[in-house]
Design a protein around this ligand. Sequence first.
Ligand SMILES: Nc1ncnc2c1ncn2[C@@H]1O[C@H](COP(=O)(O)OP(=O)(O)OP(=O)(O)O)[C@@H](O)[C@H]1O
Ligand SMILES: O=C(O)[C@@H](O)C(=O)CO
Length: 425
Amino acid sequence: MTILLGSIADDYTGASDLANTLTKNGLRTVQTVGIPDPSLALPDVDAVVVSLKIRSVAAKDAVAAALEAESWLRGRGAGHVLYKICSTFDSTDLGNIGPVTEALLSVSGGHIALVTPAFPETGRTVYLGHLFVNGQPLDESPLKDHPLNPMRDANLARVLTRQSRGKVGLIDLPTVTDGADAVRARLDRLRAEGAAAAIADAVFERDLETLGKAALEMPVSTGASGLGLGLARALLRSGRASASDGENEAIRPVGGLAAVVAGSCSAATLKQLDAAELHMPVLRLDTEKLLAGSDEISAAIAWAGERIGEGPVAIAASAAPEVVSRLQARYGREASGHAVETATAAIAGELVERGVRRLVVAGGETSGATVDRLGIPAFLIGPEIAPGVPLLRTIGTGGNDMLLTLKSGNFGGEDFFATALSMMR
Ligand SMILES: Nc1ncnc2c1ncn2[C@@H]1O[C@H](COP(=O)(O)OP(=O)(O)OP(=O)(O)O)[C@@H](O)[C@H]1O
Ligand SMILES: O=C(O)[C@@H](O)C(=O)CO
């Protein structure tokens, strides 16, 4: 298998979001969970998205895992590697967007990386280096209360500088509007001035097409699905890939029971859970009890067991910012996040043991913990359920295929869970 485009995604929902965008834009794509075992038969594809869980780990661990994935992707022919980050630039001053981008540059012979989280289809735009989420500056959006990485600065050049060794420049919208040659010239100038990364403005898809064209000529770039769209379209226009209509295999029914497990505390997921309560049983976990060691997991499984024969059920750790803050004050941010993820993954694992074959997971860290627990090696990409969220079919699960949906915390409309479940048969 020779691939044209490789990507390393810093979380699993982000990986399926990117895989969805690449598929929609004509590239045959597969999503792997980590570096696949050599015995795993992957389909013939144009792009591979390697899902890692490195958004919220120590920078040195994120760098080591990303470099291993980079080497695997280059070994399979990838001429360009996109480091897929969150469209809301989720990170802290300790990393990991800066350290990973710089490490990828240093092994690939690149000098400067184009960086943009813009993804207009989901309301993420960048103007003069500032990120807007559905029209609100990042630091005024619900992301200011994210449980793991509260985003309190909308100026991405500043955010990236704090976590980078090199300087960070800006490719402003007028330059992007002038086209790919103007972007290349700006990148050359910034590089001559000593910058190792450049935040690129983008408001419309046409801006991302321009950025994709410029980025494709360099070995590495960093961005969200919008940059993936630009790279995919540039590959097709260059004639290096020919459009495939994507839809496939992935939607064949699997039967079995269906469930939702949610660990995202995003505003969108909280609304989706409220809406789900109108048509399916929803169990809200008591996360204070869960962390205090009471047997919430067995209680949740017993609760599900009494209902799931009648139709899908949802189990959620998700809670409002004040509840999350209380738990964090008591146990620490990382420890409480990790403990809740481990619990939600354990619940998902038990549900699958009891016959669940169709599973929706909300939240990137939550999805990572769950998919690892289930030991799924890779996914085929099915149709889009909502912008940034495809239906996924497991590969390499020994004929015991499952359908999954890994929903980024902030994605999807209020009726997302009902819509997803109706597409998973
Ligand atoms: N009630 C709670 N109290 C404290 N932490 C919680 C609670 N519920 C969930 N969490 C933790 O909050 C974090 C949510 O992160 P996750 O990545 O799953 O969602 P997200 O950030 O909204 O999604 P995405 O990364 O796709 O945008 C997880 O670590 C989860 O375990
Ligand atoms: O880019 C996004 O917003 C998502 O794909 C994501 O990474 C959420 O974890």
